[in-house]
Design a protein around this ligand. Structure first.
Ligand SMILES: Nc1ncnc2c1ncn2[C@@H]1O[C@H](COP(=O)(O)OP(=O)(O)OP(=O)(O)O)[C@@H](O)[C@H]1O
Ligand SMILES: [Mg+2]
Length: 250
């Protein structure tokens, strides 16, 4: 088997007296979709933030391509090909799709031409990225505030793709979406997989998880308590791992 593109070993994190993560191991392979599940406060977002370079672990190691890396800043994470789509999406409602896709990563002419924004080049690339994910918009010039939840999630995912990342992390991409829009986002995740990108997705929706994930990692109170491969678990086993229901039973 090829080595994992991302490997966490013994990652721990405290916030004051709260143990958010305790010696968590995690592997992600090329083209693999791994779902991270667990009850509220289990440590899922904290783990994603550590891999995104937003929070620093107190202990443990992170390896990318079998090299240890220090992901001290979001820039360090994007530098090794890791991009994150957050729950709140952080889209700018008053800007159009193209501007949102390139926010903070605008294409400009060289300094000798005054670093002018290259709108044409950005529109072309935006169209290519949106097409590759089958995100359809009627117009590139309308502010994204008026778009549907599914379209907005599509733009947020495509924004992560502008820099051609190898690893995409999604924190609850289907929360607060309608049924059709949820299906669209699940399709987007499977399309990322088709493109041989690796996906780490947090979800509370166990149906979604069972549909898209090659592997499911369960966190409870900051500890990894179970890991299941596709087709090798039942819904009740998954629920039991999340809630700890099987413990204390003689
Ligand atoms: N910045 C912070 N400061 C203090 N405590 C924090 C901070 N971030 C997270 N925590 C605590 O760490 C624990 C794990 O939180 P985290 O947000 O990772 O959980 P989660 O699994 O994402 O939960 P949810 O499903 O509700 O999003 C919680 O007890 C939380 O209160
Ligand atoms: Mg969370």
């Amino acid at each position: 088997m090829e080595p994992p593109i991302l490997r966490l070993a013994g990652v721990s994190k405290h916030f004051g007296g709260v143990r958010a993560l305790h010696e968590v191991d995690l592997e992600l392979r090329t083209g693999e979709v791994v779902a991270l599940v667990g009850d509220n406060g289990a440590g899922k977002s904290t783990l994603v933030k550590i891999i995104a370079g937003v929070e620093r672990p107190d202990g443990g190691e992170i390896h990318v391509d079998e090299q240890e890396v220090k992901l001290d800043t979001p820039r360090a994470a994007t530098g090794v090909g890791i991009h994150t789509v957050y729950q709140d999406l952080s889209l700018c409602d008053n800007l159009d799709a193209v501007k949102n896709l390139f926010l903070g990563q605008e294409r400009t002419t060289g300094w000798w031409r005054g670093r002018a924004v290259r709108r044409g080049a950005m529109e072309e690339q935006a169209k290519a990225v949106l097409d590759s994910m089958s995100v359809r918009l009627r117009s590139f010039t309308t502010p994204v505030g008026g778009l549907s939840g599914g379209q907005r999630q599509g733009i947020a995912i495509c924004r992560a793709l502008v820099s051609d990342p190898r690893i995409v992390m999604l924190d609850e991409p289907t929360a607060a979406l309608g049924i059709t829009q949820r299906a669209e986002v699940l399709d987007l995740i499977l399309r990322l997989k088709e493109q041989r990108r690796s996906v780490l997705v947090i979800s509370h929706d166990l149906k979604d998880v069972q549909h898209v994930a090659d592997r499911v990692v369960v966190l409870r109170l900051g500890t990894k308590v179970a890991e299941f491969s596709r087709g090798r678990y039942t819904s009740s086993e998954l629920v039991a791992a999340i809630t700890g229901a099987h413990e204390g039973v003689a």
